[in-house]
Design a protein around this ligand. Structure first.
Ligand SMILES: Cc1cc2nc3c(=O)[nH]c(=O)nc-3n(C[C@H](O)[C@H](O)[C@H](O)COP(=O)(O)OP(=O)(O)OC[C@H]3O[C@@H](n4cnc5c(N)ncnc54)[C@H](O)[C@@H]3O)c2cc1C
Length: 580
């Protein structure tokens, strides 16, 4: 069964739940972006994804990528699909018109990449970093670099990589050893080895633009001494540059994506941004790259859910509790058939709970994509600051919570198939294998939790977080029972945060012990908020939306009390957990 984009449901979230078209039209660059245009684009994207990208998912997984004499070949059909993709203008959606892009809102790109990831995560790894690289050069590149690279990256004719990780430098980029030495002509010679580089080498595009973190000879140790460089696979004069793929990893999943060890041998490069400010330049990519990984999670969970839902509607086993033989479907011989798997409470609970995560995930992710554009284009500086705050606090939560759910919820969807899920034929095991890495890359989920609590919530005494909570409250209607319940939950979260803040003043390791609990608590309140937004629409009461809303309340939200209890118990201790 191939993944089928449900564009009507995606558009419902954007237009009805979030009033996206109205919000966008209030921003100067998007005055013409109405519901009709959005609808047409999303429908067209859905057709392209379903007809060109989804059919390559299984064969891409089975064939995998190959490295022969330094050249990586991608699975059959991948290059043709990529050429069709960029020539149809899909990578250019959100790039600026002056660079040849279409100047459309980030949320459209987000919806496109959610569908692509659901259809074929391995293939989608190649264009996924494109827009981040484009943004990075646009904000920090010299005019010469912009002129040379922005149009090709905006169109997607050339692809890009992000080369951060080294064997000894994973989460801790301060340990990066790759060196860059200035040359008289203003370029740099870059030498070192990077590992785990997605799309470091492939045959999808005619050139690859590597963005590489490296250290200048006189730089300070640690992350502050890092600078960012651009190294093309092919130089402006067409010569091959001194960057090579030495090895590609054998992986648990994502077989259609080449994960490369890249060697730079005094490769000619150019600096992006100020010396020593490389991580700063990279951070331009971070919010949008992390949002894209969250969308991978939402897409992969949707793909797994579609398969499990279809299976649960055809597989029959036993009589489901609460159902009588008279209610069961008749067999050809007049007897009664066993009930459908989807009628058994344990399976219904799995399916409705994953649906609750996916639908809420779309509300939160699309809202965040809208806020990215508001942060850039709103005429009011206070509104821009509020949007920036939303993106900064919500993005790590989205990334960690929805990648966690893609793997764990995807595994629950596999459970719906019983043994048939564990064998290759059903196709669902690929989603589970592919999803696992999303919890690790683009800042592991542990790093996201620390980013949220230790770097963003605690340092200003939770002031920004309190404003963020107020932004959630502002969109609730206390007379609605569900909204009133959420308001009480937001108060509990705020109170627990205040107690945690006091306790961390006495114990400087406490925050690290409970960072995951804090992120989960925030994720759950966001989920609840998203469902209150859905309930406020006219469709909120229909069975399609009611079942997952109930699953949220029955099976998902109880975790909030557990997480807050862990935080409170640790905050009340003289010492948090036992120091290792
Ligand atoms: C398929 C794939 C594709 C990738 N693509 C790219 C790419 O395109 N470009 C690129 O540069 N990199 C890429 N990576 C690398 C990826 O970003 C790193 O694997 C990731 O940052 C984690 O680094 P590490 O593997 O060295 O783990 P480590 O940093 O060694 O971490 C090991 C474990 O310890 C935890 N940990 C580490 N530090 C802390 C801390 N301070 N507090 C709490 N827990 C901590 C981590 O969360 C993790 O669970 C890719 C990796 C994979 C597997």
């Amino acid at each position: 069964m191939l993944f089928q984009p449900r564009t009507d449901e995606m558009l419902f979230v954007l237009a009805q739940v979030l009033r996206g078209p109205q919000r966008l039209q209030a921003l100067a660059p998007f005055g013409e972006v109405d519901a009709e245009l959005i609808g047409q684009l999303v429908e067209e994207a859905g057709k392209f994804v379903a007809s060109v990208i989804a059919p390559l998912n299984r064969s891409g997984d089975e064939h995998g990528v190959r490295l022969v004499a330094g050249q990586v070949s991608t699975p059959p059909g991948f290059r043709a699909a990529y050429q069709a993709f960029w020539q149809a203008g899909w990578p250019a959606l959100a790039a600026a018109t002056e660079d040849g892009g279409q100047g459309l809102p980030a949320v459209l790109e987000a919806m496109l990449f959610e569908m692509l990831s659901a259809a074929n995560h391995g293939w989608t790894m190649a264009p996924d970093l494109l827009h981040g690289a484009y943004d990075c050069i646009k904000h920090h590149g010299t005019d010469e670099l912009k002129a040379r690279y922005l149009p090709k990256l905006a169109s997607g004719e050339w692809l890009a990589t992000m080369c951060l990780t080294e064997a000894q430098a994973g989460s801790d980029l301060g340990l990066v050893r790759t060196r860059a030495v200035a040359q008289p002509d203003g370029s740099y010679q870059l030498s070192g080895s990077k590992i785990f580089i997605s799309g470091g080498e492939h045959d999808l595009s005619d050139n690859i633009v590597h963005l590489v973190l490296a250290r200048l000879p006189d730089s300070a140790p640690g992350p502050k001494g890092l600078s960012l460089f651009l190294v093309p696979k092919f130089m402006p004069d067409g010569a091959r540059s001194a960057v090579h793929c030495e090895h590609i990893e054998e992986k648990m999943g994502l077989h259609g994506s080449a994960t490369c060890v890249m060697r730079f041998d005094a490769a000619t490069s150019w600096i992006i941004g100020e010396p020593g400010r490389g991580l700063n330049a990279m951070f331009v990519m971070m919010n949008s790259a992390r949002l894209h990984v969250a969308l991978q999670g939402i897409g992969l969970l949707e793909a797994a859910w579609q398969k499990a839902d279809a299976y649960a509607r055809e597989r029959r086993q036993m009589r489901a509790p609460g159902r009588t033989a008279a209610q069961a479907a008749p067999a050809a011989d007049g007897s009664r058939l066993p009930d459908l798997i989807g009628e058994h409470p344990a399976m219904r609970r799995i399916l409705d709970s994953q649906r609750a995560w996916i639908d809420a995930g779309r509300v939160i992710a699309y809202h965040t994509a809208l806020e990215l554009d508001i942060a850039r284009h709103h005429p009011d500086s206070a509104r821009r600051a509020a949007a920036q705050r939303w993106c900064s606090l919500t993005t790590p939560v989205l990334k960690a919570a929805f990648t966690h759910q893609a793997f764990h919820g995807g595994s629950d969807c596999l459970q719906v198939f019983g043994g048939h899920g564990y064998v290759r034929e059903s196709g669902i095991e690929q989603h589970v294998r592919d999803a696992r890495v999303t919890m690790i890359y683009e800042g592991s989920n542990e790093i996201q939790a620390i980013d949220l609590l230790v770097r963003k919530v605690l340092p200003d005494g939770a002031q920004a977080f309190d404003l963020w909570l107020d932004a959630l409250r502002a969109e609730l209607a206390p007379q609605q029972a569900a909204d009133a319940r959420l308001l009480a939950r937001l108060d509990r979260l705020q109170a627990a945060t205040a107690r945690l803040l006091q306790a961390t003043a006495r114990n400087d390791t406490l925050a690290y012990w409970v960072a995951e609990d804090f992120l989960r608590a925030v994720a759950l309140t966001l989920l609840d908020w998203a469902w209150c937004q859905i309930a406020a629409t006219s469709a909120g009461g229909s069975p399609r939306w009611q079942a997952p809303a109930q699953a949220l309340e029955h099976w998902i939200m109880p975790e909030l009390s557990m997480r807050l209890a862990i935080i409170d118990t640790q905050a009340a201790c003289e010492r948090a957990a036992e120091t290792p």
